[in-house]
Design a binder for this molecule. Structure first.
Ligand code: ADP
Ligand code: 5GP
Length: 214
């Protein structure tokens, strides 16, 4: 993938770090955003819908998609496969849409390589205790799965240094404001706005030589 018009946000955190919460606010506020819907072999949680949060497939379907080079990246996370479809993301970026990838640290590493102008953001939970409370309160994982995710969190946070930005998700409001600020600042990056500058300069060319009026 090379440089495209839309902005690609890679958002990563340990499970329970607050990705889904923050991402849904960003998408609600900025309609130009699309969410990259991943494929996974994990079971849907109550309330999740095929084609909305994920495409839920079995392992043999997933492996078939790997073999057909369907994914921009894929990884095994918490004993399940997760993968980002390649073409949908490319099409969206090409059409000028901004896109959000909610993926794990392994996927982020792969996407950063194929999309060097992507914006990588790591959401940090304030502490192990708070993360445990949030995962427990969310209630989407059984006790064994919860321990697995808490243990994985330590490893994932250990790789936060690979990301361009860190957002501490202590209180939701300031965390969201910071995430939004990163997005808005990145949208103003000169390298993303060559056409805008060209259009402004063109208004001088269209005008011809300015008369002094004297
Ligand atoms: P992720 O998508 O990273 O797994 P979620 O967005 O599902 O995480 O957040 C995990 C749980 O923590 C959810 O129940 C969510 O409502 C809650 N949560 C997220 N951010 C905060 C916050 N800043 N303060 C309190 N609870 C939060
Ligand atoms: P969950 O099961 O809680 O929805 O997600 C578990 C982890 O898988 C999260 O860290 C999430 O970001 C990650 N994940 C979701 N989709 C993808 C994907 O397409 N690729 C990779 N590498 N990770 C993903």
């Amino acid at each position: 993938m090379t440089s495209r018009k839309g902005a690609a946000l890679i958002i990563c955190s340990p499970s329970g770090g607050g990705k889904s919460t923050l991402i849904s606010r960003l998408i609600a506020e900025f309609p130009n955003f699309s969410f990259s819907i991943s494929y996974t072999t994990r079971n849907p949680r109550p309330g999740e819908k095929h084609g909305r949060e994920y495409y839920f497939v079995d392992r043999s379907e997933f492996e078939d998609l790997i073999n057909r080079h369907f994914f921009a990246e894929w990884a095994e996370v918490h004993a399940n496969y997760y993968g980002t479809p390649l073409q949908t993301g490319l099409d969206l970026l090409e059409s000028g849409k901004d896109i959000i990838f909610d993926i794990d640290v392994q996927g982020a590493e792969q996407l950063r390589k194929s999309m060097p102008d992507s914006i990588s953001i790591f959401i940090l939970p304030p502490s192990r205790q708070v993360l445990k409370q949030r995962l427990t309160k969310r209630g989407s994982d059984d006790a064994k799965e919860l321990v697995r995710r808490l243990e994985a969190a330590r490893q994932e946070i250990g790789r936060a240094g690979e990301f361009a930005y860190w957002v501490l998700n202590q209180d939701l409001e300031p965390a969201y404001e910071r995430l939004k600020s990163i997005y808005l600042a990145e949208k103003c990056r000169s390298s993303r706005n060559r056409e805008m500058l060209r259009d402004v300069l063109k208004t001088w060319e269209d005008q011809g030589t300015e008369s002094t009026g004297q």
